[in-house]
Write a new protein. Structure first.
Length: 95
């Protein structure tokens, strides 16, 4: 595949009020880099996310623009972590 074609992980949903939402990640963005690592699978994204505990530095493709976004990380609940590991949609009620 040509270097001019971006491969990445699509953002299908960005939960309102989440750290990603607050940082400016939008539904439809394509995550190309996470903490400097190319990502095209959830496994690659999860590995990049584990590199740092305080923030996640993203490069996303939005339309034709590459945008840098810094997301402040907060501890995830066990339900969210388990859902990500199984590639499921996180539950909407985490109470």
């Amino acid at each position: 595949m040509s270097d001019s074609v971006f491969q990445g992980l699509p953002v299908w949903n960005c939960f309102p009020g989440s750290p990603a939402d607050k940082a400016g990640v939008k539904q439809g963005d394509i995550v190309v880099l996470a903490n400097g690592q190319r990502v095209s699978t959830m496994e690659a994204y999860a590995a990049a996310r584990r590199m740092r505990k305080d923030k996640l530095e993203l490069v996303v493709l939005r339309g034709k623009d590459l945008i840098e976004i810094e997301v402040a990380l907060v501890p995830a609940t066990d339900a969210v972590v388990k859902a990500a590991e199984r590639k499921l949609t996180p539950p909407t009620d985490l109470t």
